[in-house]
Design a protein around this ligand. Structure first.
Ligand SMILES: [Zn+2]
Length: 129
């Protein structure tokens, strides 16, 4: 009984962190979309500026993509919290260390699997739920 309570309060902390992070990323996605619009509105520029602008737009686009990926990781983590599978590595099923969850609460992998994914040793698990 005590164990369960302890687990529930940890879950609540992760949930709060995730929700906070989600709000933050959503806000910054919105502001980069707005910036993109501002650039589109400026059509009275010479070709040199145009090149700079399209480069900036590209940068913003990839930044936006990263944020969207981040956002979907956060959403999936929240879903795992609801499902009660939060904290289990999607790849090997091991428990992800609480320290790691505290630092990156949206991570789907334990540190070992994360390293394998990053080094290309392992394919990323199917994240879409
Ligand atoms: Zn793992």
């Amino acid at each position: 009984m005590e164990m369960k309570k302890k687990k529930e309060s940890a879950t609540r902390i992760y949930r709060e962190k995730l929700l906070e992070q989600k709000a933050q990323v959503e806000r910054s996605v919105l502001s980069s979309v707005e910036q993109g619009r501002k650039f589109d509105a400026e059509d009275l520029i010479d070709p040199a500026d145009q090149a700079v602008l399209s480069y900036q737009r590209e940068l913003m686009f990839s930044e936006g993509t990263n944020k969207r990926t981040h956002l979907s990781l956060i959403r999936l983590a929240l879903k795992r919290l609801n499902d009660g599978t939060y904290g289990e590595c999607l790849m090997c099923g091991d428990t992800i260390s609480p320290k790691r969850l505290e630092a990156v609460p949206w991570t789907p992998y334990c540190i070992g699997c994360q390293e394998k994914v990053e080094s290309g040793e392992a394919d990323e698990a199917e994240l879409a739920a």
